[in-house]
Design a protein around this ligand. Structure first.
Ligand code: G3P
Ligand code: MG
Length: 259
């Protein structure tokens, strides 16, 4: 039997980098996650108005940059001028490290950093609503240029349309389906998209759903777990991996390979 495509999966995935201690989805957050022992990063990718794949979670710029309005209305040049760290300094004025001036990374820049630090990647394709096709296509083209086919990765999305388009353009990269609750027809949806993992909210990762998904040959991952007792419950129940903002706190407890 051939190994599972996600046989490399560690138990902890740094959600948007070390996002409790650095501004999410920045190069600083990715580097800090590596410093804290992360073996895998989750980050969100979308596209600029002129079709450059960039790393950002929200549809709008307001929460995590000094810009405003929809990211899809900004060109790459405009996005490059933004500050993605000052908001974090303002929110946590007593934090020892300052992040003002952090740029908004391109997908290519972030992927190269992750490769350089020998981490695995979960790229979440996060299209602005209605932009599923171009977002998935650009992410596929970018990854095909920078990410070696044999380097550890899973590409996920809540957009099944995006996953289908990504599969058509870069079938070499394994795919995961993100849901909140686990839908009744999850098997059919995973099969149609050729997915190898199901990523659900931790509320729905119960002993029953975990074993059902694993018995069908898939990995099951849960987001977002920042409570150490909840992480213990999930690992005791056999969950494959959690997404956490608190990689520094979780790694000493659960970073070692599963028993
Ligand atoms: O990929 C897991 C998780 O990141 C999905 O939710 O909103 O944090 O991107 P969100
Ligand atoms: Mg995400």
């Amino acid at each position: 039997m051939s190994p599972h495509p996600l046989a490399f999966l560690p138990r902890l995935i740094a959600h948007r980098g070390a996002s409790a201690d650095a501004p999410e989805n920045t190069l600083a957050a990715l580097s800090l996650a590596a410093d804290r022992g992360a073996r895998m990063i989750e980050m969100d990718a979308t596209v600029s108005a002129d079709g450059v794949a960039v790393v950002h979670h929200d549809f709008e710029l307001d929460r995590c940059t000094n810009g405003t309005g929809p990211i899809i209305q900004h060109t790459y040049e405009q996005l490059q001028a933004l500050d993605c760290g000052a908001w974090f300094d303002k929110k946590y004025p007593d934090a020892p490290v300052k992040f003002a001036g952090e740029p908004l990374p391109t997908l290519a820049q972030a992927a190269r950093l992750i490769l350089d630090r020998s981490m695995a990647l979960n790229l979440e394709i996060k299209p602005s609503l209605g932009w599923d096709e171009p977002t998935a296509r650009v992410c596929a083209e970018t990854l095909a240029q920078v990410w070696p086919a044999d380097a550890p990765i899973v590409v996920s999305s809540m957009s099944e349309r995006a996953l289908g388009v990504f599969k058509a353009h870069a079938p070499q990269f394994p795919r995961g389906l993100i849901t909140y609750a686990i839908p009744e027809n999850w098997r059919e949806r995973m099969t149609d998209l050729g997915c190898v993992s199901l990523h659900c909210s931790h509320f729905f990762a119960t002993p029953g759903t975990i074993s059902e998904v694993q018995d069908a040959g898939y990995k099951i991952l849960a987001y977002t777990v920042n409570d150490t007792a909840e992480a213990k419950r999930l690992f005791d129940d056999g969950l494959d991996a959690v997404f956490t903002d608190r990689i520094g706190e979780m790694n000493p407890l659960y970073g070692a390979a599963a028993p």
